[in-house]
Design a protein around this ligand. Structure first.
Ligand code: DC
Length: 231
């Protein structure tokens, strides 16, 4: 490959963005960054520090504390995965439950939070050779990314995938709860004022409702090799 390109993977919730991005990063020996985990980390902080009453956030308290939050990724030597740390504590296993999923969209709407996280993301990707997944990567974080992918799939299929994943982890949730949460998050993420989820004009749309992981991976790998050979 001629150069270390930037790959932006955006799309709806539970479309397998992180699975694909991890596969690509491994294959290409690129850095992988899961930006959803960063919004979840801020949500975990707010949740653990009682800044939520139900799903209602004490916004001013959070904004006061925002500058104290140190969010970074470190490779876990035992599994080779890049895992998220909040103030030097590995929180990878605490951020994907329903308590956090039900509150994260409120946090992700705040421009101050987005500004802080986007700055960290741009710093991580400044030398290229990165696959980053999220909602605004191709539109805001890296508008000049060489390859932009926008992933979607049917709501029922997405909810089933997430439900199966949570059940494997032993979470006690119903399919309806997962489905409702996905629909609500997509609605808030797509209609928020700041950096809403939308397909970049130059992104390639992939609907993986009926694609196997292998088919999807092979298709996108071919695209990356084409893009990285461009001058
Ligand atoms: O990818 P995920 O489901 O872990 O993301 C959690 C939430 O964070 C999602 O509902 C929207 C928000 N998010 C965002 O607004 N911008 C990003 N770049 C990544 C995630």
């Amino acid at each position: 490959m001629k150069k270390n390109i930037t790959v932006a993977v955006d799309g709806h919730s539970s479309t397998g963005k992180s699975t694909l991005a991890k596969q690509l990063a491994k294959q290409l020996n690129f850095i992988y960054v899961d930006t959803g985990a960063m919004y979840r980390a801020v949500t975990l902080h707010a949740y653990q520090n009682n800044l939520f009453s139900g799903t209602k956030l004490d916004q001013s308290q959070l904004l006061e504390q925002l500058h104290q939050l140190k969010i970074n990724f470190q490779v876990n030597a035992s599994n080779g995965q890049s895992e998220i740390h909040l103030n030097n504590v590995n929180i990878e296993d605490q951020i994907r439950n329903m308590e956090i999923s039900e509150r994260v969209s409120v946090i992700a709407q705040l421009p101050e939070v987005r500004e802080k996280l986007v700055e960290i993301q741009q710093e991580m990707g400044k030398s290229g050779g990165i696959v980053m997944d999220g909602r605004d990567i191709g539109t805001v974080v890296f508008p000049n990314a060489e390859l932009k992918i926008f992933m979607t799939a049917s709501p029922k299929i997405r909810a089933q995938r997430r439900f199966d994943e949570l059940k494997t982890k032993g979470e006690k949730v119903s399919f309806e709860q997962v489905y409702t949460n996905l629909m609500q998050r997509d609605e808030i993420d797509s209609n928020r004022k700041h950096s809403p989820l939308k397909q970049a004009d130059d992104a390639i749309l992939i609907d993986n409702s009926n694609l196997s992981l292998k088919e999807q991976f092979e298709m996108i790998k071919a695209l990356i090799f084409c893009r990285s050979e461009r001058d």
